[in-house]
Ligand binder design. Structure first.
Ligand code: SIN
Length: 294
């Protein structure tokens, strides 16, 4: 069922999360009330798409800055030249056969900035070029799950078991897992600063809705404090697998002009790498800073 909110319409997906917002042109002067309603929809549905947008980098950056405080990406080598807040995600190669952007972004279930003291609040991806199969169907989908819905579905025993637990997280863990999955081979090695470890709660509270959300991932979460290593590994795997069961997934099938936003406090996502050149994929990504998880 769709709901009309003054000017725009919100059409929820069939999945446990995700909605399309119709009737907003981000390149125009979007008023404050509309921005607030978009944020409310983002908190409710965790991932929202605005189709058929026509955005310059400046317009994407300006809109993102109205949603929150822009955050530069942790891997500056992937920035669009001339823009300190705009990351290029792409499989396109330059004349030296080097990727012009992040070629393997998101090839594992994760939530953005999980390895930072203050993980990213929202991410915004704008589709410039999308790969297709021979039948014209889009490739390179992005999958999402709600970690709030996943938490709600846990047994009372599991909720009690994980209450108050904390875990160590690191980008190095993400790289290890990507390497095991044969991705990340084209990435520059991490610096010592980029490898630093941070501690977050295993269950975080959404800073705006108050929902409890599972906050572990198989790559970024290295160990749960206070548990023997094997038990910690098993619990990370069990909670991660629980979050990403098939019936939990919203699959975003991209169209050129999509502006997709997701809420990193209450979701995880995964980029499907089922395409290759000459099929090109090109995205511009901006990120909004978040707060310390509690
Ligand atoms: C990401 O994880 O930020 C990238 C998602 C995508 O490219 O689909």
């Amino acid at each position: 069922m769709s709901a009309t909110l003054e000017m725009e319409t919100v059409v929820p997906s069939q999945a446990p999360l995700g909605a399309e917002i119709q009737g907003v042109d981000i390149s125009a002067d979007v008023d404050h009330a509309t921005v607030q309603r978009i944020k409310a929809a983002l908190h409710k549905y965790k991932v929202i798409v605005l189709r058929d947008q026509h955005l310059t980098p400046e317009q994407q950056i300006a809109f993102c800055a109205r949603i929150g405080t822009l955050e530069p990406h942790v891997l500056p080598q992937y920035l669009v030249p001339g823009y300190k807040d705009l990351v290029r995600i792409s499989n396109v190669l330059d004349q030296a056969s080097q990727p012009i952007g992040m070629i393997d972004a998101g090839r594992l279930w994760h939530t953005d900035g999980h390895f930072q003291q203050r993980p990213n609040m929202y991410s915004m991806l704008y589709a410039l070029e999308i790969p297709h199969d021979d039948a014209g169907e889009p490739l390179g989908a992005t999958l999402f799950v709600s970690t709030a819905v996943a938490y709600e579905g846990l047994s009372p025993e599991m909720k009690q078991r994980i209450a108050g637990l904390k875990a160590v997280n690191s980008l190095a863990g993400v790289y290890e897992m990507l390497k095991r999955n044969n991705a990340a081979s084209l990435r520059a090695p991490l610096t010592e600063a980029q490898k630093r470890e941070v501690i977050h709660p295993v269950v975080r509270t959404h800073p705006f809705t108050g929902e409890k959300c599972i906050y572990v991932g198989k790559g970024a979460t290295i160990r749960i404090l206070g548990l023997p290593e094997e038990e910690s590994r098993q619990l990370i795997d069990e909670l991660s697998d629980w979050c990403v069961r098939d019936e939990m997934v919203y699959r975003h099938r991209w169209q050129v002009g999509d502006l997709l936003m997701w809420d990193n406090s209450g979701s995880q996502h995964f980029a499907v790498g089922d395409y290759a050149l000459p099929q090109r994929r090109m995205m511009h990504r901006t990120t909004v800073a978040g707060s310390v998880p509690f």
